[in-house]
Design a protein around this ligand. Structure first.
Ligand SMILES: [Cu+2]
Length: 211
């Protein structure tokens, strides 16, 4: 969505950005497909061996997709360093469609914050506004590890294809920070008892919920 004076009435695109892209993030569950049996008969060498209730088979049919594409098969958006790009991102699906969308290589402004990751829930929509600064082939991923392993990643390409780029002059002071990680033995319950029930943490008990 945009103000009416920012819309090219012929192309239907915004006039205040150089490029726009739309990506849908959703898990497409092919186990629900009307064509599951037909596909099994058509594509499997031994259709009778297909166990539709088999957990591994069911998982293989859950497509963690960017606009319907897995494992980098998503058509790669092209852009130039210095261009303004609007990424329109929307989520569909159900309770499994909790996505952390990460753009590698460049940051963007979303909901008033500069970020490289945004969260996306089912039936939600957001626009990430990016001024492209770094050239290269960069990934777009869902950072939910389960989704990432299942193929929810694509790429976008940034070229040095514009000669009239005005690079902002950096000013201020450069600082370097170091984060230390120290190994410690952690105790989740140093008191040794449940403060609500008064029972030791290793006691077997019933939980009563009072409403
Ligand atoms: Cu995800």
């Amino acid at each position: 969505m945009c103000p009416i004076d920012k819309l090219n009435r012929y192309s239907g695109t915004r006039t205040d950005v150089d490029r726009e892209f739309i990506i849908m993030f959703t898990l497409v569950d092919e186990n629900q497909s009307w064509y599951l049996d037909e596909n099994s008969r058509h594509f499997c060498t031994d259709p009778d061996s297909v166990g539709k209730d088999d957990a591994v088979f069911q998982r293989s049919n859950k497509m963690h997709a960017l606009s319907g594409f897995l494992f980098g098969n998503f058509p790669e958006p092209e852009m130039c360093v210095g261009e303004s790009v609007s990424w329109h991102l929307f989520g569909m699906g159900n309770e499994i469609d909790i996505h952390s969308i990460c753009f590698y290589g460049n940051t963007f402004i979303s909901r008033g914050h500069r970020a490289d990751v945004v969260n996306l829930f089912p039936a939600t929509f957001l626009t990430a506004e990016m001024i492209v600064e770094n050239s290269g082939k960069w990934m777009i991923t869902c950072q939910v590890s389960d989704h990432l392993q299942a193929g929810m990643l694509g790429q976008y390409n940034v070229g040095n294809c514009k000669s009239d780029i005005l690079h902002p002059k950096m000013n201020g002071q450069q600082r370097r920070y170091f984060i230390a990680a120290e190994k410690i033995l952690w105790d989740y319950g140093p008191l040794g008892y449940d403060k609500f029930s008064g029972l030791p943490l290793n006691a077997s008990r019933r939980i009563h919920i009072v409403v």
